[in-house]
Design a binder for this molecule. Sequence first.
Ligand SMILES: *[C@@H]1O[C@H](CO)[C@@H](O)[C@H](O)[C@H]1NC(C)=O
Ligand SMILES: *[C@@H]1O[C@H](CO)[C@@H](O)[C@H](O)[C@H]1NC(C)=O
Ligand SMILES: *[C@@H]1O[C@H](CO)[C@@H](O)[C@H](O)[C@H]1NC(C)=O
Ligand SMILES: *[C@@H]1O[C@H](CO)[C@@H](O)[C@H](O)[C@H]1NC(C)=O
Ligand SMILES: *[C@@H]1O[C@H](CO)[C@@H](O)[C@H](O)[C@H]1NC(C)=O
Ligand SMILES: *[C@@H]1O[C@H](CO)[C@@H](O)[C@H](O)[C@H]1NC(C)=O
Length: 404
Amino acid sequence: MAPKTLFGLLIFLFLLVSSTAFSFTFHGFNESNITREEKAKIDNQGRLELTRRENNIVGHAFYNESIKILHKTASVQPKVFSFSTCFVFSIVSPSAGPGGFGLAFTIAPSTRFPQAEGGHLLGLFNSSNDMKSSNHILVVEFDTVNGYKDDTDTVGNHVGVNKNGMSSNISEPAAYFVDGKKEEFNMEKADAVCVWIEYDGETEILNLTISPYLEPKPSKPLISEAVDIKSVMKESMFFGFSASTGKRKASAHYILGWSFALNGIAPPLDYALLPKPPPKEKHSQSFPWIKVIIGMLSALTFNLLCLFLYVTLYKRYMVFETLEDWEMDCPHRFRYRDLHLATKRFVESQLIGVGGFGSVYKGVLPRTGTEVAVKRILRTPAKGMREFAAEIESLGRLRHKNLV
Ligand SMILES: *[C@@H]1O[C@H](CO)[C@@H](O)[C@H](O)[C@H]1NC(C)=O
Ligand SMILES: *[C@@H]1O[C@H](CO)[C@@H](O)[C@H](O)[C@H]1NC(C)=O
Ligand SMILES: *[C@@H]1O[C@H](CO)[C@@H](O)[C@H](O)[C@H]1NC(C)=O
Ligand SMILES: *[C@@H]1O[C@H](CO)[C@@H](O)[C@H](O)[C@H]1NC(C)=O
Ligand SMILES: *[C@@H]1O[C@H](CO)[C@@H](O)[C@H](O)[C@H]1NC(C)=O
Ligand SMILES: *[C@@H]1O[C@H](CO)[C@@H](O)[C@H](O)[C@H]1NC(C)=O
């Protein structure tokens, strides 16, 4: 090739590239150029809601004009133009159990997917056309369910790059690099997830980077691998999103903002201009536990209080009629209850003296009306019992004209 011709070709290529440069940015989706199919809608905060939390539904949303992505010439091999995109999504899964099934950044020849199934097929394929090259669909999936059967699948939380179906060509658990260290994170639990996809048409390297909302863009992509997508692309393709729920698992899937550039770097999103991530469903599982613990503790406290009151009140007002050894030989035994009544509950006004072991009260026995003096022993130390018995004994021996 003569240098002149080569120069001409380079200029031609430059013109071609610059003429196809194109970009758009959506901070929220109020009045956006987005076509929506199936259950997708714009909510009252300007979020693009692909699916709500309802079983067995799908939602699609695409930029409403197709984009010329493949450069075809008679002489040269067809070449995919470089593109770059950046978006923020948020998943609201049910409070109990896992949600599903995820969403997909989708490049497809049409914005409609008749007879496509939800669940694992994300509203893009059905069991008979899954993985058929005639689909011409490139999928970057953000999947939250593993496995292929609704009954046996488990929590997923992975990203993947798929050609024409749901078997991933490249797949990685959801993670991002912080200071060179890989940190996994849960896409369903994060307030929102930021995604950057860059495809270099020359090297055919696809970079996929994700991070939890409001973290800076990680400098190292999660996936950076060569993916030949020439055969998947048609000359003009639609760019957008698809999401689905399943028979048992249903999450709400939202896109908060999206930017895209063909042959250039996607304009960065200004997070301050985005609608707020939707509120997460409260994990009510933790609340019953707290309630149960609080309930148990308060019941326990109440019981202890009752026991305490019972013991103190019982000790104070109830009278134990314990017959002690020395009482066995006594001719007469007065019940504490009667003495209590006789002295009008040991009131101050009945007090006639204070002695060594206690106080002496004047009283009248209720049954007989006899006047008595009652000695009340306030404290009975172990030794005191013997002294008390001695006192009784000496009292018995006393002879005095004033004593009967
Ligand atoms: C939306 O579409 C109109 C008409 O095609 C175009 O003028 C406008 O720039 C588009 N807006 C965005 C954000 O792409
Ligand atoms: C895309 O949407 C914009 C705004 O609603 C509209 O002006 C434009 O005509 C649409 N383009 C196509 C191809 O439908
Ligand atoms: C979208 O419109 C709604 C009202 O229709 C408004 O409350 C909301 O703030 C708007 N969102 C954005 C991002 O402009
Ligand atoms: C699967 O989808 C294709 C394309 O829409 C359709 O032709 C085919 O009939 C569908 N198959 C089933 C089993 O639904
Ligand atoms: C992924 O794609 C590459 C290039 O197209 C191919 O060589 C490889 O076999 C694919 N791997 C899987 C698992 O599909
Ligand atoms: C993809 O990532 C690699 C490794 O970080 C980087 O060297 C390359 O420039 C990236 N490509 C694009 C198109 O951003």
